[in-house]
Design a protein around this ligand. Sequence first.
Ligand code: HEM
Length: 429
Amino acid sequence: MGYVYDPMICRPFCLKIDKLTSLVIKPLLHSLKRRKLVVNGAEANKFFLSNEFKLVVSSWPSSSVQLMGENSIMEKQGEAHRCLRGIVATSLSSTGLENLVPKICSTIENHLEKHWNGGEKAIGLYSLTKVLTFTIVLECLLGIEVKDGMLEVFERVLEGVFAAPVNFPGSKFSRAKSARREIENMLVDVVREKRKEMEKKEQENGEGEGILLSRLVAALIRSEISEVEVLDNVVLLVFAAHDTTSFAIAMTLRMLAHHPNCYSILLKEHNDIMRGKRPKETLTFEDTKMMNYTWQVARESMRLFPPIFGSFRKAIHDIKYDGYTIPRGWKVLWTAYGTHYDPKYFEDPLSFNPSRFEDPIQPYAFVPFGGGPRLCAGYQLAKLNILIFIHYVVTRYDWSLVSPDEPITMDPLPFPSQGMPIRISPKLP
Ligand code: HEM
């Protein structure tokens, strides 16, 4: 038995996993060619995700590959993947991100100052968290200044990532392709400028300011990667972080609004952190380690509303699994829902119960960030982004949902269909 939130009305209902397959997954596959299958359960997730490069390789739609670029990390295999992942993961590890906390805090404070202040009002939470996530990835992680209009161009690319790859004028895909060219023109100057500056300063080791872009450009100077690899991976990182982190934040706030008891516990956690600080003193990495309950709430929200449905793997050999043979060339779709709503792994799976994360969860049962060699490289950044943003929101604002039952639409990534409007008013000091 498995459960799913009705994506149209966003209310839970229960149905058999085979029904889930026929209601949600078959229509998804209908438009695609045959030779695909769907797997569910922690054992299957473990088998297919951990056998990346050995039995399967990740397999993205042609439009995604064309728009992210053939040189992005998601298209790399084996040694090339290991090399690029090493560069990207160093900046995205907790040690790499520790120094970013003050910058993330000041970016969030500026964002709130610009978009949230001005007394009592209603705002579109989802689109604003996208503005924030974009700024955090570009400015804090990569060290690239956000200029006017940049977000809109990136979003036009993202709109085409799952569109049919038909290149006729006016189609989503062709608009996305031309936006991708615009981005390349923008970024190529940034990368060349950075290269000149680093060669002049002989900073090829990539340490110091500029962060991930410096590391990528340092690898470029050492001829480990090409200029096009730098560009493709900058675009990929924005794509990987954008809708996912924003949706996770939106769903965490939504679930808090629906569960006032959880909200009280969470608020106490943040007030306790504030009590140990001087007025205006900023958060530290150590403070984020005290946000255990907040991270449980965020994980429970991602369990019920995974930002990524799942993804495809392609068999590179004939695979024997569970008594079946999956022929070489077939595609396998692993899904987060297949385990997140299964009572075998999560007792009373429809209930919102953040405390379930106090106990260890069976490996590969909770998979919003995937698993195996392609486990989300940005997991730690997403975590910091979510925790710090929630901290500022709950300690500085009273807020409520405008449409508590707003439907969640899947296209194919999930998003709140009305942009999740919330009413906010600043808390009195
Ligand atoms: C809540 C937020 C996020 C979620 C739910 C999420 C989810 C995922 C998932 C499920 C995968 C694996 C896809 C697969 O196996 O095919 C993945 C991969 C990846 N993610 Fe995330 N992600 C999030 C945020 C981020 C952020 C903030 C970044 C970086 C800025 C990022 C960078 C990446 C990269 C580079 C990969 C590819 C890893 C590889 O192929 O080795 N993600 N993410």
